[in-house]
Design a protein around this ligand. Structure first.
Ligand code: C2E
Ligand code: MG
Ligand code: MG
Length: 631
């Protein structure tokens, strides 16, 4: 593809770095190149330009010779000495061409000269010509490599051992790195490692098949091995566990900035086309780099260090959700080492209940028409001694994976029943409590029996309890869900379908189930007033609810406008930060205290309490909760 034909998308023609101390020249260069589809970066000084070249990896550098401080020749020399920037095409911008300058420039590796003032057309042509030449060279190399790899794609070669051409494994890496560091025992420099990961592994698996994948892995390993070798023998690379994960460990004494630049160059190499099954294949990679804090003393602590730093590099390689990252992520202290953390959390979850690290908070549910608090949703919290409060959104999925959700879910049910029974005995008009039940509990536990036992143990009226089951859990095993819901309701406990709107949102299956309440997910409700399509769906759900006889709760009401809209559409219940955040047991007690017996709690009381005022109450007598929940 020529640079011209790529010029449609801004930046599609390539990225050019301009190092020039004259702002007017920068403006002209930028305008000309952008019009031709290039992305531009600019630096006013040599050192700044070098840093930009290392971090942003331009396709070409345009540089003035007479810069203040480090001049153009110095810049070129630095770029050519660094592996990460060594091959970037380099064009000098100069007022007049002196022969000594040209000789020096050529010796240092300049590709071309442009004299100022220049015509925009000449500038663009010079840049395009350089980039075209560079493409020719890399494509030539790639097709040679491809021809070689094509031969390796034969089933016999692919099924053979690949250890001879590929990277060593993790164990070998540890041994190699230990050997490197033994020689430098006295040095206290940090251990620096990078990780590259192939993204979309499942998709590649599906589109390429096994044999091609094997060949791809091999090509990737070849490129990494070549990059590591180019960086000096002491730079170690290895295959990590799982497909498409590789570690690179830098030799003692390398700085983090240099390692980052080297990883960036590697990333670029890995993202260019692979030759597979007679065609080009592109694979997305992400990369991260980290510097281990502790100096290495002996082999055992080195192994520990290495594990830690590789995990940190891997953490840094993961872009935030929704972020499309092109550059290498650098591990920062505040970043939680995802895999390490999850490993720890996974282990610690097994003891969370016995160690008393769990507690429950309670979020009020308000009847929209009357403003009365009809109940509370019980939400579990985990106070981890090291990580602090861990969100259930994080640890519940882990607990579902490792099975501890059975124990945790049982505890939450038990504790919530105990708490509400206690509040009722103290005369607090708390209505009912809603407890979340996980899909795993539904599959593997005898939920109706657990419920029966918890109610009996705390002498709690069944109408004071509601179970929340997510829509996806119901759909996962409709028959089982139906049976469980039936048994639980026979005990006199009500059932709500939770998070409606996040899964299939199928109104059709709702008709097959007998349940009491439907909770519309907060992602649907937040700012609903700004989306006419969502309003229409909410209206549809409310109409259906009226026909089928279930109550609707809107989750995630965050402001008055949303509340008013839902109230006007006759949605019965609401929950959300507009009324109250999940409250501690102490906070609930504080709101309740001081009220006269027989008075109901209202949203206004919650608001007053949140402002630090006294919790007033409203008369009306304690409602039988089942009636109350029916709105
Ligand atoms: P959920 O059952 O849908 O609970 C509602 C979540 O929405 C809670 O998050 C609550 O704090 C949050 N929320 C409430 N109002 C608002 C609002 O106005 N705006 C926003 N942005 N958020 C609001 P939380 O406590 O982090 O719980 C997350 C999820 O974890 C729960 O979603 C539930 O699925 C699960 N979970 C919590 N406790 C338990 C439990 O004991 N067992 C099981 N199986 N799952 C639980
Ligand atoms: Mg819930
Ligand atoms: Mg929910």
């Amino acid at each position: 593809m020529s640079a011209d034909s790529r010029a449609g998308r801004p930046g599609a023609a390539g990225r050019v770095l301009v190092i020039e101390d004259d702002l007017a020249v920068i403006r002209v260069v930028e305008r000309s190149l952008r019009a031709a589809g290039f992305e531009t970066l600019a630096a006013l000084e040599g050192k700044e330009g070098i840093a930009l070249a290392q971090s942003r990896q331009p396709d070409l550098v345009l540089c003035d010779i007479g810069l203040p401080g480090l001049d153009g020749h110095g810049v070129l020399q630095c770029l050519r000495q660094d592996e990460a920037t060594r091959d970037i095409p380099f064009i000098f911008l100069t007022g007049s061409i002196a022969h000594d300058d040209v000789r020096l420039g050529m010796r240092l590796g300049a590709d071309d000269y442009l004299t100022k003032p220049f015509m925009p057309k000449d500038l663009v042509e010079a840049v395009q010509a350089r980039l075209a030449r560079r493409r020719q060279i890399t494509e030539g190399m790639q097709s040679k490599l491809a021809a070689m790899m094509g031969r390796l794609d034969l089933p016999t070669a692919a099924s053979g051992a690949r250890g001879d051409v590929g990277l060593p494994d993790r164990r070998q890496l540890e041994a190699d790195v230990a050997a490197d560091w033994r020689q430098r025992r006295s040095e206290a420099s940090p251990l620096i490692a990078g990780v590259v990961r192939a993204l979309d592994v499942d998709r590649n698996d599906a589109r390429l098949g096994h044999v091609a994948l094997e060949s791809l892995q091999q090509q990737v390993e070849e490129r990494i091995a070549a990059a590591a070798a180019a960086h000096g023998v002491a730079c170690r690379a290895a295959r990590l566990v799982g497909f498409g994960r590789f570690g690179v460990v830098f030799p003692p004494g390398v700085q983090l900035a240099a390692a980052t630049a080297a990883m960036q160059a590697l990333l670029q190499t890995l993202r260019s086309a692979y030759w597979l099954q007679g065609g080009e294949v592109f694979v997305q990679f992400s990369a991260g780099v980290a510097a281990g804090a502790a100096p290495v003393r002996d082999d055992a602590s080195l192994r520990e260090n290495l594990t830690q730093v590789l995990l940190q590099a891997e953490t840094a390689s993961r872009p935030a959700p929704g972020e499309a990252r092109q550059s290498v992520g650098v591990f920062r202290d505040g970043m939680r080492a995802g895999p390490v953390e999850n490993l720890r959390l996974d282990a610690d979850l097994h003891h969370a209940v016995e160690r008393g690290q769990l507690h429950v908070v309670y979020q009020p549910q308000v009847e929209l028409a009357s403003d009365v608090v009809l109940g509370f949703e019980a939400l579990v919290r985990w106070q981890h001694p090291e990580f602090g409060t861990v969100s259930p959104a994080h640890f519940i999925p882990l607990a579902e994976q490792n099975g501890t959700i059975l124990r945790i879910g049982e505890w939450v049910l038990w504790e919530s029943c105990r708490q509400v029974a206690d509040w009722l005995r103290r005369g607090f008009p708390v209505g009912r409590v809603a407890v979340n039940v996980s899909a795993v509990q539904m599959q593997e536990a005898d939920v109706p029996e657990l419920v029966r036992a918890a109610l009996a143990a705390h002498a709690l009226d069944p109408c004071r309890l509601q179970l929340e089951i997510t829509e996806s859990a119901v759909l996962h095993d409709l028959a089982r869900a139906k049976a469980m819901i039936r048994d639980v309701r026979e005990l006199g406990v009500s059932v709500a379908i939770d998070d409606f709107g996040t899964g299939q949102s199928s109104l059709a299956y709702l008709q097959q189930l007998k349940f009491d309440e439907l909770k519309i997910d907060r992602s649907f409700i937040q700012g609903v007033e700004r989306h006419s399509d969502r309003i229409a769906i909410v209206e549809l759900i409310l109409n259906l609810a009226e026909k089928l006889g279930f109550t609707v709760t809107a989750e995630g009401i965050e402001n008055e406008v949303t509340r008013d809209l839902l109230t006007s559409r006759r949605c019965q219940l609401g929950q959300g930060y507009h009324f109250a955040r999940p409250m501690s047991v102490e906070a609930v007690a504080a709101v309740m205290s001081g009220r006269r017996p027989g008075m109901l709690l209202t949203a206004a009381d919650l608001a007053r309490a949140a402002r630090g005022g006294e919790a007033a109450t409203r008369s009306g007598g304690a409602l039988p909760p089942r009636d109350a929940s029916a709105g």
